[in-house]
Design a protein around this ligand. Structure first.
Ligand SMILES: Cc1cc2nc3c(=O)[nH]c(=O)nc-3n(C[C@H](O)[C@H](O)[C@H](O)COP(=O)(O)OP(=O)(O)OC[C@H]3O[C@@H](n4cnc5c(N)ncnc54)[C@H](O)[C@@H]3O)c2cc1C
Length: 460
């Protein structure tokens, strides 16, 4: 018998083994189709001791272990390239809310949407909000250090995690961080786990900070004829000391796609759409001054059309434009590639201009640019016909190189997974920081000497 057969025989004693074709296909990929590989089996643990048992058996037979949350990673992070066991966390979804301590602690399989539905009953919320919240799980969001719309004010997941319970590669259960809002005891190993893409340990519980829900939100959407006007408006919001809840961008192609897909009638402005939210924590608070300041910034930057609204329907419709700008390449084309780059905010204008110029060079490739402009994080999303695959791949390379060139980075929130390994090395090299990769390799060895935890992510 080979290793996997031996492992399955041991696992059978405690677990139902899923190896039917349908289950294996579902677990062969994330949210991109281009990278696929079926695992040998899929398991659904119910608690941390189940996970511990699986890890011990996988270690004994040196079988790759890939943890899966919602499977929404667009970087191949969740693809079992070397086969092995996929651990699907969906049955581990218990939550405890502690309002007095300002945190929740929960198992990793709960989705961020479910978590926020529970918190809403207490008038609280968990701020990081990837657009994929209905599928993205707490475990996946911690492992990816996910971001989202509200990062403009609240930062990414790492700013909201106090502590994690994990299973190490040898099966030991341990913790990183403390249940306190402040903690300076030793190295900050917790931050190493957040964003480690399942390569260092398996998260079985997370303690997450929460915030009271705003009482009132006004969404303001401004349409621009020129890209540089839109970029300056984004910069001016920040420069003027406004601390927006969200500050998002969608370009002309995204607006066009949204109008087509959802039958909207928003202006297809050549410079794109900037969306911002202002909010208040009291019903009595007058938001007029803040609203006037935002209008002034948009008008000074020659916005051609401005909407402000507190109607839930219109708020959602405007966000739908932004969301479709992200997903449209996948809806309109058979093949798509996800983009996720960040630059310092002062370079956002140059970034938008350079990205737009790529359209002339790669005429046969569809490019829709949107993103969390308030923190410099854009998603240049690509759609293409099979015959233009080389053009698409070259354009992706150029997009990432532009980000590196503008003192930015090749990922703000989607991570590296298995598709950006070369670019990661390129970024480190360009910055004269190759030592980072050596450190990463050593850290991986320390946590996972047999290389069973999600082998291949980060190219490790
Ligand atoms: C339409 C769409 C919109 C998106 N929008 C955003 C966005 O706005 N912001 C953003 O940041 N991301 C976004 N994403 C990317 C993705 O949704 C996030 O990275 C998400 O948080 C991943 O969660 P998941 O549960 O789906 O993780 P999965 O895809 O299942 O896994 C991702 C990685 O985490 C690891 N992992 C999962 N659970 C655990 C665990 N318990 N312990 C250890 N490792 C684990 C996996 O092994 C894998 O490496 C988007 C994706 C899509 C498809």
């Amino acid at each position: 018998m080979n290793n996997i057969e031996n492992a399955i025989n041991e696992l059978k004693k405690d677990f139902k083994i899923y190896s039917d074709e349908n289950t294996l296909i579902i677990h062969s990929t994330g949210s991109i189709d281009s990278l696929k590989s079926k695992p040998d089996i899929v398991l659904y643990p119910e608690n941390k001791y189940d996970v511990q048992k699986i890890v011990r058996i996988a270690k004994k037979y040196k079988i790759p272990l890939i943890v899966r949350g919602g499977g929404s990673s667009p970087t191949g992070a969740v693809v079992p390239l070397n086969k092995g066991i996929v651990i699907n966390m969906k049955r581990m979804n218990k939550v405890t809310v502690s309002i007095e301590n300002g945190y929740v602690f929960c198992e990793p399989g709960i989705t961020l949407k479910e978590l926020n539905e529970i918190l809403k009953k207490y008038n609280f919320f968990f701020p990081p909000d990837p657009s994929s919240i209905s599928v993205a799980t707490v475990g996946g969001a911690v492992a990816e250090n996910s971001g989202g719309m509200r990062c403009a004010r609240y930062g990414t997941v790492k700013d909201w995690v106090l502590k994690v319970e994990v299973i190490l590669a040898n099966g030991e259960i341990t913790y990183f961080g403390e249940e306190t809002y402040k903690n300076r005891a030793g190295y900050n190993i917790l931050d190493l786990i957040i964003g480690s893409e399942g390569t260092l340990c398996i998260v079985t519980k997370a303690w997450l900070k929460i915030m009271p829900l705003p009482k009132k939100i006004v969404r303001i959407a401004a349409f621009f004829n020129k890209i540089d006007d839109a970029a300056l408006a984004i910069l001016n919001i920040r420069e003027n000391g406004i601390n927006p809840l969200i500050l998002e961008y969608a370009d002309k192609y995204g607006i066009e796609a949204a109008n087509k897909i959802r039958n909207f009638n928003y202006p297809v402005a050549k410079g794109g759409l900037v969306i911002t939210d202002i909010d208040s924590y009291s019903n009595e608070c007058n938001m007029d001054d803040l609203l006037k300041s935002v209008y002034k910034i948009f008008e000074n930057n020659h916005a051609i059309y401005i909407i402000d609204t507190d109607s839930e329907k219109e708020i959602n419709n405007i966000m739908e434009v932004r969301r479709i700008a992200f997903t449209s390449p996948g809806i309109l084309y058979k093949n798509f590639i996800d983009g996720d780059i960040v630059v310092p905010l002062s370079n956002i204008e140059e970034l938008l201009i350079r990205l737009n110029k790529l359209r002339t060079k790669y005429k046969n490739v569809f490019l829709s640019i949107c993103g969390h402009a308030g923190d410099g994080n854009l998603h240049p999303q690509i759609g293409y016909e099979e015959k233009y695959m080389n053009d698409a791949l070259n354009e992706v390379l150029e997009i990432n190189r532009i980000a590196i060139d503008l003192n930015g980075t090749i990922s703000g929130e989607h991570g590296i997974g298995k598709i950006k390994n070369e670019l990661l090395l390129e970024q480190f090299h360009k910055r004269n920081m190759d030592i980072n990769y050596k450190f990463m390799k050593n850290i991986k060895k320390l946590f996972d000497p047999d290389d069973i935890l999600n082998p291949g992510n980060f190219g490790l």
